[in-house]
Design a protein around this ligand. Structure first.
Ligand code: AMP
Length: 223
């Protein structure tokens, strides 16, 4: 299946994408993870995007679309993909549509994961991430087996620079502004689906995978 995950920061897109990759074998890619990795590597791309990312601002559309379209040409995405954190604006959605049209691989759908604002703030302020493999944890609701250490790759967990309260508020406000035209874009195409993001990640995964099976995007027995 070829889908994009939409929804505000903290709604659980990254955690859901990781579970879908493990259980449904859908390769996922996150623009935020790509950027954090490139910044840590001090690459040319990392240097171009670091001021935006550290301040919770959006990286310009042209640059994000170019990075993602190149990434989607890799063999691991030949069978399908789940995009997390992209597109974030109507311009990016149009750029993605055009690129996928050229590749003859249009999107099946856009999944909007909804959560009330107090839940988002709580999740973001307790989030811990592994900069090495991209896995997310939470200090109360998704604790790693060993405090401060990633279950998947054993590296140290960190707090994202943009999960500080003042940056969180800025990111949520920015997302609120950008979300409406993006949702309208997919609604017009009749490709917009909503999944309730409240509750534990397993519960959200259950809702999402039931939807994917109902739509015939994954096999009934998988997951
Ligand atoms: P995320 O991990 O999705 O919350 O993204 C972290 C940061 O990376 C964002 O606050 C932006 O600075 C940048 N970023 C990620 N995805 C995009 C995108 N699709 N468009 C523009 N900037 C992005």
């Amino acid at each position: 299946m070829r889908v994009v995950l939409l929804g505000p920061p903290g709604t659980g897109k990254g955690s859901l994408a990781a579970l879908c990759e493990d259980r449904l074998k859908v390769s996922h890619v996150s623009t935020g993870e790509i950027f954090r990795h490139e910044i840590a590597q001090k690459s040319t791309l990392g240097k171009k995007v670091q001021t935006y990312v550290k301040n919770g601002q959006l990286v310009p559309d042209d640059l994000v679309v170019q990075v993602m379209v190149n990434r989607l040409k890799r063999p691991e995405f030949a069978k399908g993909f789940m995009l997390d954190g992209f597109p974030r604006t109507d311009g990016q959605a149009q750029g993605l549509d055009a690129a996928l049209r050229k590749l003859g691989k249009p999107l099946h759908g856009a999944i909007y994961i909804s959560s009330p604002q107090p839940v988002l703030v709580r999740r973001l302020s307790g989030r811990r991430v592994c900069e090495s493999c991209g896995m997310n944890f939470h200090i109360r609701t998704m604790r790693p087996k060993q405090a401060g250490i990633c279950d998947r790759c054993g590296k140290a967990l960190t707090t994202r620079a943009d999960d500080k309260p003042e940056t969180v508020r800025k990111r949520l406000a920015l997302d609120g502004k950008n979300a409406a035209p993006l949702l309208a874009h997919y609604k017009k195409q009749r490709r917009l689906y909503r999944v309730d993001g409240r509750g534990r990640i397993e519960t959200v995964f259950g809702r999402a995978s039931a939807l994917f099976k109902k739509l015939g995007w994954v096999r009934a027995g998988s997951g």
